[in-house]
Write a protein that binds this ligand. Structure first.
Ligand code: AMP
Ligand code: ZN
Length: 116
């Protein structure tokens, strides 16, 4: 997919506004536009990867950085001890709607399990 037609590539490029909470040379994190909990942040790589099925060994460090950033964001907001959830949705049965990988970081309320 071309970067100009991917919503999250456009957010990463600054072409579409988002409420960013973190960025570095690899990652951008911003608040979900339709939050499902008091904290609902999306951690997104700057590089376009459509789904977790498309991850390759070259992405291993990137995914590690995404996961550690999710934990850091949750900790900053005081949710480390109480808990929170991290989710990658993949393809239709999981409800993926944006085909640029993103790690949901959700917390601030009691979360049900199993998920719907
Ligand atoms: P998923 O269903 O896992 O693909 O999640 C996509 C997420 O992106 C949903 O939680 C949406 O609410 C969120 N989303 C869609 N458009 C935007 C946007 N412009 N800014 C922030 N979050 C968005
Ligand atoms: Zn993209």
């Amino acid at each position: 997919m071309a970067a100009d037609s991917c919503l999250f590539c456009r957010i990463v490029a600054g072409e579409i506004p988002a409420n960013k909470v973190y960025e570095d040379d690899q990652l951008v994190a911003f608040n979900d536009i339709n939050p499902q909990a008091p904290m609902h942040v999306l951690v997104v790589p700057r590089t376009h990867v459509a789904t977790v099925n498309d991850l390759a060994p070259e992405h291993d460090a990137l995914v590690g950085a995404m996961m550690r950033r999710a934990a850091a964001i949750a900790a900053e907001r005081g949710f480390a001890a109480g808990g929170y959830r991290t989710v990658f949705n993949c393809n239709s049965d999981a409800g993926q709607t944006v085909f640029h990988i993103h790690l949901h970081v959700i917390g601030g309320r009691r979360l049900g399990w199993p998920p719907g």
